[in-house]
Design a protein around this ligand. Sequence first.
Ligand SMILES: [Zn+2]
Length: 178
Amino acid sequence: MRCPFCKEDDSRVVDSRTVEEGLAVRRRRECTSCGRRFTTAEVASLVVVKRSGVSETFSRQKVVSGVRKACQGRPVNEDDLALLAQQVEDAVRATGQAEVPAMEVGLAILSPLRELDEVAYLRFASVYRSFDNLEDFEAEIALLRAEGEPVGQEPVGRPFNVSASRQNHEETNTARTR
Ligand SMILES: [Zn+2]
């Protein structure tokens, strides 16, 4: 392992420990030339299998570039994207599979992206889940509205209230007629 300080090719391991519940090994190394220490991490590579059957190593960078376009013009920065990619990797790794279909990686993106920015989420979901008409968008937006209802605020314009007030109104009318 090359030293990141002086680029010397030789280093020795001074400490090795298992981290992240056994999913990774972290090694402390010392450069044989400059004596400085650095850490390396070893994780099992996660393989993503595309629909075409081609497989490739999971890459957070690919997740970021896949999502970045949907985030254009939205208040989402590089740190947000990096965190999202990390969340996606964690979610995919948590399934415990060594090989995951690309479809599952896409699904793992949807939830954290929705948390991050709803507009970006809609853009991404529309392509990913191939929305092909306005009804698909409307259904998804209705779902977002229903789930994203602000907490601790007076619910305004909910169907329940509308029908309740209409009912009151009708009762008043009936009373008047009598
Ligand atoms: Zn060195």
